[in-house]
Design a protein around this ligand. Sequence first.
Ligand code: R5P
Length: 295
Amino acid sequence: MVATFPGDEALGSALLDLLPAEPCALSLRRFPDQESYVRVLAPVADREIVVSCTLVHPDPKLVPLYLLCRTLRQLGARRVLLATPYLPYMRQDRAFHPGEALSAQQLAGWISGFVDGLATVEPHLHRIARLDEIYTIPYVAVSAAAAIAGWLREQVARPLLVGPDAESRPWIEALAQHLGCASVVLHKIRHDDQHVEIALPDLPQQTDCTPVLVDDIISTGGTLRAAIQHLRSAGLAPPVCIGVHALFGREVEDALRSVGAARVVSCNSIAHPSNAIDIRPDLAAALRALLSRPR
Ligand code: R5P
């Protein structure tokens, strides 16, 4: 059964079709005092439940998610899997300043305590190399490379893949392998949330190519803005910008276009006007793989 969080109806109904599964009706709302009310409206004893909840802007969702998953277990569900195409808090993976929370680790410990498995898409892995360093439950981390490669094959004739920073190397290499095209990875220094500096290495001599910047997350747009400016001043064509997870607002897209982005598109891991690349079939396949493992 698929239990869908409010706001995740498109993902929930895609999973119902793709798995396939039956819906698990819920009532989730806020009490007048803003505490969470959670009620499971379907019989779930001995059923396997996928909770579809995209943890973008996660803080208000985490308490109802916790209450729901614990309740499903209390009602006898055999297994509770979390499908969150975007896995939050992964960027705060170390204490950059004394006293800072290790948010990635703390959240992973908490979530591992109340679900039996996790399916997600392209989690931000940098200083943490694999999710099982911090999550103690079975998981599948879907790569977005195949879906992005499929889109690029149809939309961009001669791509030159550009990764904005060292973290992007794994997915740039995976994509270059899918497409058999040239790639380059830039060097980024982040000064704070809003300010980044990018250094440009020697670019491949491919002047007739369309640069395609690929990042896992677009948030303030600072990373891509700096990268676009460098590519444009090096004489390259206006780049296509692809973000797996679209955490940005309209003003960020306008800013990217104003410095020279030809297009800004994203995967539908987070519902967003820029969505162009469908990762839901891959997420459903990941869930099927988790469900086929013995409990
Ligand atoms: C961080 O290293 C990520 O891979 C992204 O480059 C970063 O989160 C993008 O954030 P922003 O759009 O705020 O520069």
